[in-house]
Write a new protein. Structure first.
Length: 145
């Protein structure tokens, strides 16, 4: 397997700081792998909520995760504070591929990198739908194009 170099901070357009929690550590003394997915989900949804394009309980169009992955470079542990970098790698008609990286404190190299793909659907029918113009405009802000 080819080892990829960790991403650097300069490759990401937006960041969200998150504290690790006592319960995030596993029996091996580091943040468990499943917690990274929570970091990713929290960072993206916080970004969308803060930009006013996601109302969790009422948006007519919602993003469903259909693909996700993570590559780990170095461990994190409570009580680290992490910063999650976000960028949009692909902006389709009804889907978005987010790429994310988790940085410990002020480190320039990522401790972990991941992605997930949202397919946007009508809240009621769950059928794919075009990205609303307001959402597309916000996502363009962090598109690495």
């Amino acid at each position: 397997m080819t080892r990829h170099a960790p991403a650097s901070r300069g490759q990401f357009a937006h960041f969200l700081a998150l504290p690790t929690r006592w319960m995030d550590n596993d029996a091996y003394g580091h943040v468990n792998n499943v917690v990274y997915y929570s970091f990713f989900d929290t960072a993206v949804n916080r970004f969308l909520i803060d930009r006013g394009v996601l109302q969790v309980d009422s948006s007519p169009v919602i993003g469903l995760v259909v693909d996700t992955g993570c590559r780990y470079h170095r461990p994190l542990a409570f009580p680290d504070t992490v910063e999650v970098g976000i960028r949009v790698a692909h902006l389709g008609t009804s889907s978005v591929r987010y790429e994310l990286a988790v940085f410990r404190h002020d480190d320039d190299e990522a401790a972990a990198e991941g992605h997930f793909v949202h397919v946007y659907v009508d809240r009621e029918s769950r059928t794919p739908t075009r990205l609303p113009d307001e959402l597309r405009a916000v996502l363009e802000e962090i598109h690495r194009g």
